[in-house]
Design a protein around this ligand. Structure first.
Ligand code: KPL
Length: 297
């Protein structure tokens, strides 16, 4: 198969190298559309030379995986519109919710899919990627797209290159769950300069529990039926399992980059306002992250 990967950050590089390793053709699309090829070493073992930025070849790809951050989805995908026939499945993989809602009406005819993953990758340098955590990738519908036989065979290809990849009938549930995890872990670790696991320490418990509680109220109002104790144990399990990691928002703040706060806490606050639910703890974190971002300008 020929698969396009838009965004060659840690996850994009992981997908590009794993698909090449499995014998597929990969076309990488980088931010500035300039290099004709990129070279990436996977786990300090195999080096892959990957053709890049030949935009006319997008039309012969069987699927495109868009791995840019939620803040970059619109600016990464809009310039590719003229090269992308509407029948090619576009699979968006990023933290947060609401990024696709910002795309213009011209995308309504395209086959857009949403994905979420617990695979973890780290890019120690621009030419290296490390697969730091084995997880699974769930793919599901955005608005009215369906699991077609074409998409089913793409899922099989993706699953054999970087297992596990499965179709999820209720992707919204999985996205809400990941949103709640990110709403609690990401801003707190960025503000308190700590690793994910440190949030399990007693000094953070009251704030963590208040944040989970507010998330739970909004999720209930949005039709998510998980119990508070289930949600709490899921979030705390992720803190434990990724205990030694610095969250993506911690890294963004550390490198003085714009964070995904608008698509994480911002999305939660938007839904909270629609349902008239007060979320003072999330609101406070949102404002602190915004203040930090403003101090970088
Ligand atoms: O998704 C993550 C992130 O850092 O963005 C978690 C799950 C918190 C892992 O670090």
């Amino acid at each position: 198969m020929k698969i396009g990967i838009v965004g060659i950050g840690a996850l994009g590089s992981l997908w590009a190298t794993k698909l090449r390793q499995a014998g597929h053709d990969v076309l990488a699309i980088t931010r500035d559309h300039s290099p004709r090829s990129i070279s990436i070493t996977l786990d300090q073992q195999a080096e892959f030379e990957i053709p890049a930025n030949n935009l006319t070849q997008l039309s012969i790809c069987q699927a495109i995986i868009i791995t840019v951050k939620s803040t970059q989805v619109k600016q990464a995908i809009e310039p590719l519109f003229e090269y992308l026939p509407s029948n090619i499945p576009l699979i968006f993989l990023h933290n947060g919710m609401g990024a696709l809602d910002q795309l213009g009406e011209q995308w309504n005819q395209h086959s857009l899919y949403l994905a979420t993953t617990t695979q973890a990758a780290f890019k120690p340098s621009s030419q290296q990627v490390k697969h730091t955590g084995i997880g699974q990738t769930l793919i599901g519908t955005y608005r009215k797209t369906k699991l077609t036989p074409q998409l089913d065979s793409i899922i099989q290809v993706l699953d054999s290159a970087l297992p596990k990849v499965v179709w999820h009938k209720q992707i919204n549930d999985a996205l809400w769950q990941k949103l709640a995890i990110n709403c609690v872990i990401n801003p707190m670790t960025a503000i308190y300069h700590c690793k994910n696991g440190e949030l399990l320490q007693s000094q953070y418990q009251t704030e963590v529990d208040n944040l989970i509680n507010e998330c739970h109220q909004v999720m209930q109002a949005a039709g998510q039926n998980q119990s508070l104790s289930e949600l709490s144990s899921t979030i705390k399990q992720v803190m434990l399992a990724t205990g030694d990691n610095f969250s993506s928002m911690h890294q963004d703040i550390h490198h003085q980059r714009t964070t995904e706060i608008d698509f994480i806490t911002g999305f939660l606050l938007q839904k909270a306002a629609q349902h008239q639910i007060a979320c003072p703890h999330h609101q406070a974190l949102y404002q602190k992250i915004k203040q930090l971002e403003e101090s970088f300008i």
